[in-house]
Ligand binder design. Structure first.
Ligand code: ATP
Length: 243
């Protein structure tokens, strides 16, 4: 295997250019562009079927990019398998993130499987401090948790490997407003400590967390800018806030 070219120190943490992808012969992404700066938090906003999940999967290496390129920390990772991306510091939290037959602690250990044992033990204590509901039930099966707690476990599991970037697909899905508030508070805490976030959402509540917003419509990224700039755009304001 040829050596990877030297990383570019000034590059964003994650950058994707001209991403095209889809399912079989059905093209879903048509040249998506995206960048997440180091320690930034980016919300990817788009309606149902826009291609948000597809784009996140391509970024994580769970689906191939038909065209385009992806860099992480300045290194071209377009051809890397998913596990190599995770080892490099990317984590993915999807709907199906938790193993219900395994205990909370076993789920967290799977999330941190690439960490050294001592580092993983320290990390679990950080996570238990941040997620007291999980700390109280370490040996309980994940399947015994409520939907909201399971989502929390999914987030904790994704954080167990101490990623530099957490990529999340609709963390608000199926959550009560109370849990949405808790999820946002936890993410804010880790973000303050340096974790970069890329969150695909339809729930505009998550814009509270965003340093930057990117819209995806019909497989194409459009607007890219601050939340304030999004609010000032009449069409986007109507589309996402319904006013
Ligand atoms: P949602 O919020 O509804 O999940 P999304 O923005 O995440 O929307 P995707 O799930 O990426 O959108 O779907 C984009 C398009 O790809 C949709 O038209 C969808 O029907 C199609 N699609 C998604 N998964 C598959 C699949 N496994 N096979 C074929 N088409 C798919």
């Amino acid at each position: 295997m040829p050596a990877d070219p030297a990383p570019r120190p000034d590059a964003p943490l994650l950058a994707a250019h001209g991403i095209e992808s889809g399912y079989g012969k059905v093209q879903v992404l048509w040249g998506a562009e995206l960048a997440v700066a180091e320690r930034a938090s980016v919300v990817l906003l788009g309606p149902n079927g826009a291609g948000k999940t597809t784009l996140l999967k391509v970024l994580l290496g769970l689906m191939p990019a038909w065209r385009g390129g992806i860099t992480f920390a300045g290194t071209d990772i377009t051809a890397w398998p998913s596990d190599r991306r995770v080892r490099a510091g990317m984590a993915y939290m999807s709907e199906m993130g938790v193993f219900t037959a395994l205990s909370i602690e076993e789920n967290l250990a799977i999330g941190g499987q690439f960490a050294q044992p001592a580092a993983l033990r320290r990390r679990l204590e950080v996570l238990y401090a941040a997620f007291p509901d999980l700390a109280a039930r370490r040996t309980a099966a994940a399947g015994s948790l409520s939907g909201g707690q399971r989502k929390m476990l999914g987030i904790a599991k994704a954080l167990a490997g101490s990623p530099r970037l957490l990529v999340m697909d609709e963390p608000s899905a199926g959550l009560s407003p109370l849990f949405v508030g808790q999820v946002i508070a936890i993410l804010r805490q880790f973000h303050r400590d340096g974790l970069a976030l890329l969150i695909a959402e339809q729930n505009v509540k998550f814009l509270d967390l965003a340093d930057h917003v990117i819209t995806l419509e019909g497989g194409r990224t459009g607007f890219s800018g601050s939340v304030a700039a999004l609010m000032e755009d009449d069409r986007l304001h109507r589309a996402y806030f319904g006013l």
